[in-house]
Design a protein around this ligand. Sequence first.
Ligand code: CO
Length: 437
Amino acid sequence: MCKNSTSQLLSFIKNSPTCFHTVESIRQMLCENGFCELSENESWNLTEGGKYFVTRNRSSIIAFTVGSIDYSGFQIVASHSDSPTFKVKENAEISVSDNYIQLNTERYGGMLCSTWLDRPLSVAGRVIENINGSIKTHLVKVDKDLLLIPNLAIHMNRNANDGVAYNAQVDMLPLFGGIDAKGKFAELIAEECGIDKERVVSTDLFLYNRMPGTVWGNDCEFVSAPQLDDLECAFTSVKALLNSKNDSAICVCGVFDNEEVGSGTKQGAASTFLYDTLTRINYALKKDMEYYNRAVASSFMISADNAHAVHPNHPNLSDPTNKVYMNKGIVIKYNANQKYTTDAVSAAVFKAICEKANVPVQSFTNRSDMLGGSTLGNISNSKVSLNTVDIGLAQLAMHSSYETAGTRDIDYMIDGLTSFYSHVIKTNSDGFIEIKE
Ligand code: CO
Protein backbone atom coordinates (compact mmCIF):
# COMPACT_ATOMS: atom_id res chain seq x y z
CA MET A 1 0.00 0.00 0.00
CA CYS A 2 1.20 3.48 -0.85
CA LYS A 3 1.71 5.56 2.27
CA ASN A 4 0.15 9.00 2.50
CA SER A 5 3.45 10.87 2.51
CA THR A 6 4.62 8.94 -0.56
CA SER A 7 1.49 9.72 -2.57
CA GLN A 8 1.74 13.38 -1.51
CA LEU A 9 5.36 13.46 -2.67
CA LEU A 10 4.42 11.89 -6.01
CA SER A 11 1.68 14.43 -6.65
CA PHE A 12 4.08 17.24 -5.64
CA ILE A 13 6.59 15.93 -8.22
CA LYS A 14 3.89 15.56 -10.89
CA ASN A 15 2.95 19.22 -10.41
CA SER A 16 6.59 20.38 -10.37
CA PRO A 17 8.20 19.56 -13.75
CA THR A 18 10.50 22.64 -13.60
CA CYS A 19 12.04 24.87 -10.91
CA PHE A 20 9.29 27.46 -11.58
CA HIS A 21 6.57 24.89 -10.99
CA THR A 22 8.36 23.61 -7.87
CA VAL A 23 8.26 27.09 -6.37
CA GLU A 24 4.60 27.45 -7.35
CA SER A 25 3.77 24.09 -5.71
CA ILE A 26 5.52 25.19 -2.50
CA ARG A 27 3.81 28.59 -2.69
CA GLN A 28 0.44 26.86 -2.75
CA MET A 29 1.31 24.60 0.20
CA LEU A 30 2.38 27.67 2.20
CA CYS A 31 -0.66 29.78 1.27
CA GLU A 32 -3.01 26.95 2.23
CA ASN A 33 -1.33 26.97 5.65
CA GLY A 34 -1.65 30.67 6.38
CA PHE A 35 1.75 31.92 5.21
CA CYS A 36 1.82 35.50 3.86
CA GLU A 37 3.71 36.33 0.68
CA LEU A 38 6.33 39.09 0.94
CA SER A 39 7.93 40.87 -1.97
CA GLU A 40 11.63 41.73 -2.10
CA ASN A 41 10.83 45.19 -3.49
CA GLU A 42 8.43 46.19 -0.72
CA SER A 43 9.02 46.91 2.94
CA TRP A 44 8.34 44.09 5.41
CA ASN A 45 6.18 44.29 8.53
CA LEU A 46 6.67 41.14 10.56
CA THR A 47 4.89 40.12 13.75
CA GLU A 48 5.65 37.57 16.43
CA GLY A 49 4.10 34.24 15.47
CA GLY A 50 3.87 35.33 11.83
CA LYS A 51 4.52 32.98 8.88
CA TYR A 52 5.94 34.35 5.65
CA PHE A 53 7.64 33.54 2.39
CA VAL A 54 9.46 35.36 -0.38
CA THR A 55 10.50 34.24 -3.87
CA ARG A 56 13.30 35.35 -6.18
CA ASN A 57 13.02 34.77 -9.95
CA ARG A 58 10.00 32.61 -9.09
CA SER A 59 12.48 29.73 -9.07
CA SER A 60 13.87 30.06 -5.50
CA ILE A 61 11.76 30.44 -2.38
CA ILE A 62 12.45 31.09 1.31
CA ALA A 63 9.70 30.50 3.89
CA PHE A 64 10.08 31.39 7.56
CA THR A 65 8.22 31.60 10.85
CA VAL A 66 8.87 34.23 13.50
CA GLY A 67 9.03 32.37 16.82
CA SER A 68 9.86 35.47 18.83
CA ILE A 69 10.75 39.12 18.16
CA ASP A 70 13.70 38.56 20.52
CA TYR A 71 14.65 35.55 18.45
CA SER A 72 17.40 33.14 19.49
CA GLY A 73 18.79 32.38 16.02
CA PHE A 74 17.94 30.98 12.61
CA GLN A 75 17.21 27.28 12.11
CA ILE A 76 17.52 26.72 8.39
CA VAL A 77 16.93 23.82 6.02
CA ALA A 78 18.15 24.35 2.44
CA SER A 79 17.47 22.21 -0.63
CA HIS A 80 17.21 22.77 -4.38
CA SER A 81 14.37 23.23 -6.87
CA ASP A 82 16.15 22.32 -10.11
CA SER A 83 17.12 18.98 -11.68
CA PRO A 84 19.24 18.04 -14.70
CA THR A 85 17.26 18.34 -17.92
CA PHE A 86 17.43 19.77 -21.44
CA LYS A 87 16.65 23.41 -22.15
CA VAL A 88 14.87 24.25 -25.38
CA LYS A 89 16.95 26.75 -27.38
CA GLU A 90 15.72 29.86 -29.15
CA ASN A 91 14.51 29.17 -32.72
CA ALA A 92 14.05 25.59 -31.63
CA GLU A 93 12.70 23.84 -34.69
CA ILE A 94 15.09 21.83 -36.87
CA SER A 95 13.84 20.25 -40.08
CA VAL A 96 15.46 16.87 -40.97
CA SER A 97 15.39 15.49 -44.55
CA ASP A 98 12.18 17.43 -45.20
CA ASN A 99 10.38 14.79 -43.15
CA TYR A 100 10.89 15.43 -39.46
CA ILE A 101 10.71 18.40 -37.12
CA GLN A 102 12.89 18.09 -34.05
CA LEU A 103 13.70 20.59 -31.31
CA ASN A 104 17.11 22.08 -30.68
CA THR A 105 18.07 21.72 -27.01
CA GLU A 106 21.10 22.00 -24.77
CA ARG A 107 22.01 20.26 -21.55
CA TYR A 108 21.14 21.77 -18.18
CA GLY A 109 23.25 20.08 -15.49
CA GLY A 110 24.87 16.65 -15.55
CA MET A 111 22.21 14.12 -16.48
CA LEU A 112 22.50 10.44 -17.40
CA CYS A 113 21.71 10.92 -21.11
CA SER A 114 20.59 7.37 -21.84
CA THR A 115 17.68 7.67 -19.38
CA TRP A 116 16.06 10.35 -21.54
CA LEU A 117 15.76 8.03 -24.56
CA ASP A 118 12.69 6.12 -25.76
CA ARG A 119 10.18 7.55 -23.32
CA PRO A 120 7.43 10.14 -23.65
CA LEU A 121 8.58 13.66 -22.87
CA SER A 122 7.02 17.09 -22.91
CA VAL A 123 7.98 20.72 -22.23
CA ALA A 124 7.32 23.06 -19.31
CA GLY A 125 8.69 26.34 -18.01
CA ARG A 126 7.81 30.00 -18.31
CA VAL A 127 6.74 32.22 -21.17
CA ILE A 128 7.13 35.99 -21.22
CA GLU A 129 4.35 38.01 -22.84
CA ASN A 130 4.74 41.59 -24.01
CA ILE A 131 1.68 43.65 -23.10
CA ASN A 132 2.08 47.17 -24.52
CA GLY A 133 5.74 47.28 -23.57
CA SER A 134 5.34 45.70 -20.13
CA ILE A 135 6.10 42.08 -19.51
CA LYS A 136 4.03 39.37 -17.90
CA THR A 137 5.15 35.85 -16.96
CA HIS A 138 3.08 32.73 -17.69
CA LEU A 139 3.82 29.32 -16.22
CA VAL A 140 3.41 26.67 -18.89
CA LYS A 141 3.23 22.89 -18.76
CA VAL A 142 2.24 21.05 -21.90
CA ASP A 143 0.33 18.19 -20.29
CA LYS A 144 0.52 15.57 -23.01
CA ASP A 145 3.05 13.19 -24.55
CA LEU A 146 4.66 15.58 -27.02
CA LEU A 147 8.26 14.56 -27.69
CA LEU A 148 10.55 11.54 -27.70
CA ILE A 149 14.28 11.04 -28.22
CA PRO A 150 14.59 7.77 -30.17
CA ASN A 151 17.52 5.44 -29.55
CA LEU A 152 19.63 4.24 -32.43
CA ALA A 153 18.73 0.63 -33.37
CA ILE A 154 21.26 -2.00 -32.30
CA HIS A 155 21.74 -2.79 -36.02
CA MET A 156 22.99 0.75 -36.59
CA ASN A 157 25.40 0.64 -33.67
CA ARG A 158 26.52 -2.91 -32.88
CA ASN A 159 28.70 -1.59 -30.03
CA ALA A 160 25.77 0.03 -28.22
CA ASN A 161 25.92 -2.47 -25.33
CA ASP A 162 29.61 -1.80 -24.76
CA GLY A 163 29.11 1.86 -23.84
CA VAL A 164 27.91 4.83 -25.87
CA ALA A 165 29.17 8.41 -26.00
CA TYR A 166 26.18 10.74 -26.31
CA ASN A 167 26.70 13.92 -28.31
CA ALA A 168 24.19 16.51 -27.03
CA GLN A 169 23.90 18.19 -30.44
CA VAL A 170 23.48 14.91 -32.36
CA ASP A 171 22.04 12.15 -30.18
CA MET A 172 19.82 13.99 -27.73
CA LEU A 173 17.47 16.08 -29.87
CA PRO A 174 13.78 15.25 -29.34
CA LEU A 175 11.45 14.51 -32.24
CA PHE A 176 8.44 16.85 -32.29
CA GLY A 177 6.53 15.73 -35.39
CA GLY A 178 6.41 15.06 -39.10
CA ILE A 179 7.06 17.87 -41.57
CA ASP A 180 3.54 19.23 -40.94
CA ALA A 181 4.77 20.22 -37.46
CA LYS A 182 6.86 22.96 -39.07
CA GLY A 183 6.16 26.30 -37.36
CA LYS A 184 3.84 24.66 -34.83
CA PHE A 185 6.03 24.62 -31.72
CA ALA A 186 5.89 28.34 -30.98
CA GLU A 187 2.18 28.27 -31.82
CA LEU A 188 1.57 25.43 -29.38
CA ILE A 189 3.38 27.22 -26.56
CA ALA A 190 1.45 30.46 -27.15
CA GLU A 191 -1.81 28.52 -27.27
CA GLU A 192 -1.01 26.80 -23.95
CA CYS A 193 -0.68 30.28 -22.42
CA GLY A 194 -3.87 31.48 -24.09
CA ILE A 195 -2.09 34.26 -26.00
CA ASP A 196 -1.20 35.08 -29.60
CA LYS A 197 2.13 33.80 -30.93
CA GLU A 198 3.26 37.35 -31.74
CA ARG A 199 2.95 38.35 -28.07
CA VAL A 200 5.50 35.75 -26.88
CA VAL A 201 8.78 37.61 -26.39
CA SER A 202 10.93 34.95 -24.77
CA THR A 203 10.79 31.62 -22.97
CA ASP A 204 12.60 29.40 -20.47
CA LEU A 205 11.38 25.95 -21.52
CA PHE A 206 12.73 22.60 -20.37
CA LEU A 207 12.03 18.97 -21.24
CA TYR A 208 10.40 16.84 -18.58
CA ASN A 209 9.85 13.11 -18.27
CA ARG A 210 6.19 12.15 -18.59
CA MET A 211 6.53 8.83 -16.75
CA PRO A 212 4.43 9.04 -13.58
CA GLY A 213 6.04 8.10 -10.28
CA THR A 214 5.40 4.61 -8.92
CA VAL A 215 5.69 2.67 -5.67
CA TRP A 216 7.06 -0.84 -6.06
CA GLY A 217 8.98 -3.77 -4.55
CA ASN A 218 8.05 -6.77 -2.43
CA ASP A 219 6.72 -4.60 0.38
CA CYS A 220 6.18 -1.35 -1.56
CA GLU A 221 9.49 -0.21 -0.11
CA PHE A 222 10.71 1.67 -3.19
CA VAL A 223 9.49 4.78 -4.96
CA SER A 224 10.65 5.76 -8.45
CA ALA A 225 9.94 9.11 -10.07
CA PRO A 226 11.62 11.97 -11.91
CA GLN A 227 13.52 14.61 -9.87
CA LEU A 228 13.70 12.81 -6.49
CA ASP A 229 17.02 14.68 -6.26
CA ASP A 230 16.12 17.08 -4.80
CA LEU A 231 12.34 17.42 -4.71
CA GLU A 232 12.26 14.73 -2.02
CA CYS A 233 14.20 17.05 0.31
CA ALA A 234 12.32 20.16 -0.86
CA PHE A 235 8.93 18.57 -0.20
CA THR A 236 9.83 16.99 3.15
CA SER A 237 11.44 20.19 4.46
CA VAL A 238 8.33 22.25 3.65
CA LYS A 239 6.13 19.59 5.28
CA ALA A 240 8.35 19.73 8.38
CA LEU A 241 8.09 23.52 8.59
CA LEU A 242 4.29 23.26 8.36
CA ASN A 243 4.26 20.57 11.11
CA SER A 244 6.41 22.39 13.64
CA LYS A 245 6.15 25.07 16.26
CA ASN A 246 9.02 27.04 17.76
CA ASP A 247 8.55 29.98 20.15
CA SER A 248 12.14 31.11 20.12
CA ALA A 249 13.91 30.73 16.77
CA ILE A 250 13.25 31.96 13.25
CA CYS A 251 12.63 28.68 11.37
CA VAL A 252 13.68 29.01 7.74
CA CYS A 253 13.04 26.71 4.79
CA GLY A 254 14.91 27.67 1.60
CA VAL A 255 14.61 25.95 -1.76
CA PHE A 256 17.15 27.31 -4.24
CA ASP A 257 17.41 27.13 -8.00
CA ASN A 258 20.51 26.36 -10.08
CA GLU A 259 22.25 23.91 -7.72
CA GLU A 260 22.81 21.60 -10.69
CA VAL A 261 24.83 24.28 -12.50
CA GLY A 262 26.90 25.58 -9.59
CA SER A 263 24.43 27.89 -7.77
CA GLY A 264 26.07 31.06 -9.15
CA THR A 265 22.93 32.95 -10.23
CA LYS A 266 21.05 35.83 -8.60
CA GLN A 267 18.65 33.30 -7.06
CA GLY A 268 21.08 30.40 -6.41
CA ALA A 269 22.61 29.37 -3.09
CA ALA A 270 25.74 31.41 -3.90
CA SER A 271 23.64 34.57 -4.28
CA THR A 272 22.68 37.09 -1.60
CA PHE A 273 19.12 35.74 -1.41
CA LEU A 274 19.50 33.97 1.94
CA TYR A 275 21.68 36.74 3.43
CA ASP A 276 19.29 39.44 2.23
CA THR A 277 16.29 37.61 3.63
CA LEU A 278 17.86 36.99 7.05
CA THR A 279 19.14 40.55 7.43
CA ARG A 280 15.77 41.93 6.38
CA ILE A 281 13.99 39.75 8.94
CA ASN A 282 16.40 41.11 11.57
CA TYR A 283 15.77 44.68 10.40
CA ALA A 284 11.98 44.25 10.33
CA LEU A 285 12.15 43.00 13.93
CA LYS A 286 14.00 46.26 14.74
CA LYS A 287 17.29 44.64 15.73
CA ASP A 288 20.76 46.02 15.00
CA MET A 289 23.59 44.28 13.13
CA GLU A 290 25.23 43.12 16.32
CA TYR A 291 22.02 41.29 17.22
CA TYR A 292 22.08 39.69 13.75
CA ASN A 293 25.71 38.61 14.07
CA ARG A 294 25.07 37.13 17.51
CA ALA A 295 21.98 35.34 16.17
CA VAL A 296 23.89 33.85 13.22
CA ALA A 297 26.61 32.64 15.60
CA SER A 298 23.86 30.81 17.47
CA SER A 299 22.17 29.46 14.33
CA PHE A 300 22.21 26.10 12.61
CA MET A 301 21.71 25.01 9.02
CA ILE A 302 20.83 21.70 7.42
CA SER A 303 21.79 21.36 3.76
CA ALA A 304 19.48 18.64 2.43
CA ASP A 305 20.33 16.93 -0.84
CA ASN A 306 20.09 13.25 -1.69
CA ALA A 307 22.93 10.73 -1.33
CA HIS A 308 24.01 7.56 -3.17
CA ALA A 309 22.63 4.30 -1.78
CA VAL A 310 24.74 1.18 -2.28
CA HIS A 311 23.98 -0.05 -5.80
CA PRO A 312 22.81 -3.69 -5.74
CA ASN A 313 24.87 -4.55 -8.85
CA HIS A 314 27.93 -2.56 -7.77
CA PRO A 315 28.25 -2.66 -3.96
CA ASN A 316 32.02 -2.21 -4.20
CA LEU A 317 31.60 1.31 -5.62
CA SER A 318 30.57 2.48 -2.14
CA ASP A 319 32.93 3.28 0.74
CA PRO A 320 34.08 0.14 2.61
CA THR A 321 32.81 1.26 6.02
CA ASN A 322 30.18 3.92 5.30
CA LYS A 323 27.56 2.24 3.16
CA VAL A 324 24.06 3.69 3.11
CA TYR A 325 20.86 1.95 2.11
CA MET A 326 17.33 3.04 1.23
CA ASN A 327 14.80 2.86 4.09
CA LYS A 328 17.54 2.88 6.74
CA GLY A 329 17.15 6.52 7.75
CA ILE A 330 18.57 9.96 7.07
CA VAL A 331 22.08 10.05 5.61
CA ILE A 332 24.73 12.35 7.12
CA LYS A 333 27.30 13.19 4.44
CA TYR A 334 31.00 13.65 5.27
CA ASN A 335 33.90 14.88 3.16
CA ALA A 336 37.38 15.75 4.45
CA ASN A 337 37.76 18.54 1.88
CA GLN A 338 34.46 20.05 3.04
CA LYS A 339 32.48 19.59 -0.15
CA TYR A 340 30.02 18.62 2.54
CA THR A 341 29.91 20.98 5.50
CA THR A 342 29.44 18.27 8.14
CA ASP A 343 31.96 18.30 10.98
CA ALA A 344 32.01 16.54 14.34
CA VAL A 345 30.00 19.33 16.02
CA SER A 346 27.27 19.67 13.38
CA ALA A 347 26.96 15.88 13.01
CA ALA A 348 26.54 15.56 16.79
CA VAL A 349 23.79 18.20 16.84
CA PHE A 350 21.94 16.51 13.98
CA LYS A 351 22.25 13.05 15.54
CA ALA A 352 20.82 14.38 18.80
CA ILE A 353 17.87 15.97 16.96
CA CYS A 354 17.10 12.70 15.16
CA GLU A 355 17.46 10.66 18.32
CA LYS A 356 14.80 12.79 20.00
CA ALA A 357 12.41 11.84 17.15
CA ASN A 358 13.47 8.16 17.00
CA VAL A 359 14.72 8.68 13.45
CA PRO A 360 17.64 6.46 12.39
CA VAL A 361 20.70 8.03 10.74
CA GLN A 362 23.50 6.56 8.58
CA SER A 363 26.92 7.91 7.58
CA PHE A 364 28.03 8.47 4.00
CA THR A 365 31.39 9.23 2.48
CA ASN A 366 32.61 8.66 -1.04
CA ARG A 367 35.31 6.07 -1.66
CA SER A 368 38.66 7.82 -1.24
CA ASP A 369 39.46 7.17 -4.91
CA MET A 370 36.17 8.63 -6.19
CA LEU A 371 35.12 12.26 -6.45
CA GLY A 372 31.63 12.99 -5.17
CA GLY A 373 29.25 15.73 -6.25
CA SER A 374 29.02 19.05 -4.49
CA THR A 375 25.90 20.60 -3.01
CA LEU A 376 24.63 23.89 -1.63
CA GLY A 377 25.75 23.84 2.02
CA ASN A 378 29.32 25.03 1.60
CA ILE A 379 28.36 27.45 -1.20
CA SER A 380 25.69 29.06 0.96
CA ASN A 381 28.18 29.33 3.85
CA SER A 382 30.23 31.87 1.90
CA LYS A 383 27.42 34.42 2.38
CA VAL A 384 25.92 33.27 5.68
CA SER A 385 28.48 31.33 7.70
CA LEU A 386 27.13 29.12 10.44
CA ASN A 387 27.24 25.58 11.83
CA THR A 388 25.96 23.37 9.02
CA VAL A 389 25.40 19.67 8.43
CA ASP A 390 24.97 18.03 5.02
CA ILE A 391 22.32 15.35 4.91
CA GLY A 392 20.04 13.64 2.39
CA LEU A 393 18.10 10.48 1.65
CA ALA A 394 19.68 7.41 0.11
CA GLN A 395 18.73 6.91 -3.53
CA LEU A 396 19.77 5.03 -6.65
CA ALA A 397 20.48 6.34 -10.16
CA MET A 398 21.08 9.96 -9.21
CA HIS A 399 20.57 12.28 -12.21
CA SER A 400 18.66 9.65 -14.15
CA SER A 401 15.40 11.03 -15.54
CA TYR A 402 13.73 8.41 -13.30
CA GLU A 403 15.33 7.94 -9.87
CA THR A 404 14.67 5.50 -7.04
CA ALA A 405 14.45 6.02 -3.28
CA GLY A 406 12.94 4.35 -0.18
CA THR A 407 9.33 5.02 0.86
CA ARG A 408 10.03 4.73 4.62
CA ASP A 409 12.73 7.39 4.38
CA ILE A 410 10.19 10.05 3.37
CA ASP A 411 8.61 9.87 6.84
CA TYR A 412 12.02 9.69 8.51
CA MET A 413 12.97 12.96 6.82
CA ILE A 414 9.69 14.69 7.69
CA ASP A 415 10.02 13.53 11.32
CA GLY A 416 13.73 14.41 11.58
CA LEU A 417 13.28 17.91 10.15
CA THR A 418 10.14 18.50 12.23
CA SER A 419 12.24 17.65 15.29
CA PHE A 420 14.89 20.14 14.08
CA TYR A 421 12.38 22.96 13.69
CA SER A 422 10.61 22.13 16.96
CA HIS A 423 13.67 22.22 19.22
CA VAL A 424 15.64 25.31 20.15
CA ILE A 425 19.30 24.96 19.21
CA LYS A 426 21.23 27.32 21.40
CA THR A 427 24.95 27.97 21.08
CA ASN A 428 26.31 28.91 24.49
CA SER A 429 29.89 29.27 23.35
CA ASP A 430 31.89 28.14 20.33
CA GLY A 431 31.44 24.37 20.16
CA PHE A 432 29.08 24.14 23.13
CA ILE A 433 25.53 23.76 21.91
CA GLU A 434 22.34 23.02 23.82
CA ILE A 435 19.28 21.43 22.23
CA LYS A 436 16.19 22.39 24.16
CA GLU A 437 12.51 21.41 23.96
CO1 CO B 1 20.88 17.33 -5.63
